[in-house]
Design a binder for this molecule. Structure first.
Ligand SMILES: [Zn+2]
Length: 455
């Protein structure tokens, strides 16, 4: 908090007039570091609880979306009721509900099925939403159809919905992470600005059905979703090739390079460095692994920023089979990944929303004035921001290289920094120093119309 306080002091010491035009070589301000409240939240994550949730979810035998819904002990009906009850028990502050849909036969859904996501909402001061998610359904594709061959798997495999599919790593690990963060966020005593949503999806294995239904509904309602963190297969450390990696996790994000999904991935890497320095986030500049997918794509399809966390070393032979059992999940590793999600989401939920850097017609609010060779940056005011931080980098660089805090203004000029040679972005800073995602000024594509030829 010391550094956060220093930034705020630094800001108020600057006269607004001095901030309007500042030479590019001006000193870089100190970066925010840890907030003690978030450190406490992160350290209250329980490894034992994560482990016990994985074991419990695997004990339902299968959680296939097409499995039995009447047994109190086996199948997806028993599993979703247990998740619902457990979330409710975690805190009276959580608004827990089934998000229910009747799904018509389509793709890998052979008959009409009632699908239920389990959602826990922790209301914040505003309606803007941050999602932490995993999928609780599981699948057994039958002998010989391992995930290693997933890209070659038929679109409508004839599998038995009631066959054993413990789905411990895929994806009880992500659901345990989501449920544990619901508990620690709700019990943290922190009054978050953003509304936190903890979502356990169904139908992922049939084609992201549950998350897609929810994301479609959110877009139709014009809900503001600032970030969606999907966690799918996040508990294993030993790859099928025998290589062990317990020190890193992969975060995939869809491009282009300055998409808000990629800004979210960079933010997560920054938060991991602050709150979980013993773990390293590897940024994967692609939507997901080759030929494979997860629920984050349901959100990016609707224009919402989203990423997916994946363990660094997967055992593909155990996925989508009866062998995906709890002994393949390392609770200490899963705890580290839960901490990274918690640190990043809590920082974002305490920060103001990212400033908008595009105009009504979709044009980036960037120009070369006043000299014709300067970077003139404009943005829309972000509610509750007390200052902004401008970022820039050489256009050949993949990550931000320079930054500078500016006062509570919506226009800033970097003299003599060419908008043709550099990429620019801006983030909003809240009263206690928390910073938003960085909105980048992206040069729009310039499609060339087809040439019309004469006779
Ligand atoms: Zn999965």
């Amino acid at each position: 908090m010391k550094d956060l306080a220093r930034i705020v002091t630094f800001l108020f010491a600057l006269a607004p007039s001095a901030l309007f035009v500042v030479a590019a070589q001006a000193q870089t301000a100190p970066k925010p570091t840890a907030d003690e409240r978030i450190q406490r939240l992160v350290s209250s994550i329980s490894e034992e609880r994560l482990q016990s949730i994985v074991v419990k979810l695997a004990s339902f035998g299968t959680r296939n979306t097409l499995s039995d819904t009447t047994s109190p002990t086996r199948g997806i009906g028993a599993a979703r009721q247990w998740i619902f009850d457990e979330l409710k028990r975690s805190s009276p502050k959580l608004q827990v509900s089934f998000d229910t849909y009747q799904i018509a036969p389509q793709g890998r859904i052979p008959r009409t099925v009632e699908l239920r996501n389990v959602i826990a909402i922790l209301p914040g001061r505003t309606d803007r939403r941050i999602y932490i998610t995993g999928h609780y359904d599981s699948v057994n594709l039958g002998p010989g159809v391992s995930a290693a061959l997933a890209t070659a798997a038929p679109a409508t495999p004839e599998f038995d919905g009631n066959a054993n599919a413990p789905g411990a790593d895929d994806d009880a690990s992500g659901v345990a992470l989501t449920m544990e963060l619901a508990r620690v966020f709700a019990n943290s005593g922190i009054n978050f600005d953003a509304t936190m949503v903890f979502a356990c999806w169904a139908g992922e294995e049939q084609g992201l059905i549950g998350s897609s239904a929810d994301a479609q509904k959110l877009a139709a309602e014009k809900a503001v979703v600032e970030a969606m963190l999907s966690n799918d297969i996040v508990g294993g450390i030993r790859g099928g090739d025998g290589v062990i990696d317990a020190a890193t996790v992969r975060v995939y994000s869809v491009g282009p390079d300055d998409s808000m999904s990629r800004a979210l991935a960079r933010y997560i890497q920054w938060a991991a460095g602050v709150y979980v320095p013993s773990q390293r986030v590897r940024l994967m500049a692609r939507e997901d692994r080759f030929g494979r997918g997860s629920d984050h794509s349901s959100f990016t399809t609707q224009g919402y920023p989203a990423v997916v966390f994946r363990e660094s070393k997967e055992n593909l032979a155990r996925q989508h089979s009866a062998d995906d059992t709890p002994d393949g999940v390392n609770a200490a590793y899963l705890t580290q990944n839960t901490r990274i999600n918690g640190g990043a989401a809590a920082s974002l939920a305490l920060a103001p929303p990212a400033p908008k850097v595009i105009g009504d017609r979709g044009q980036p609010l960037i120009a070369r004035d006043p000299s014709g060779y300067d970077a003139s940056l404009r943005w829309a005011d972000s509610p509750a921001a007390v200052a902004y931080r401008v970022y820039w980098r050489d256009a050949s660089s993949i990550d931000w290289q320079h930054d500078q805090i500016v006062a509570n203004v919506t226009h800033f000029v970097l003299q003599g920094v060419s908008i043709d040679d550099f990429v620019f972005g801006v983030a909003a800073i809240g009263p206690d120093g928390h910073e938003s995602l960085i909105s980048a000024y992206v040069s729009p594509e310039r499609p060339v119309p087809p040439v019309k030829f004469g006779q």
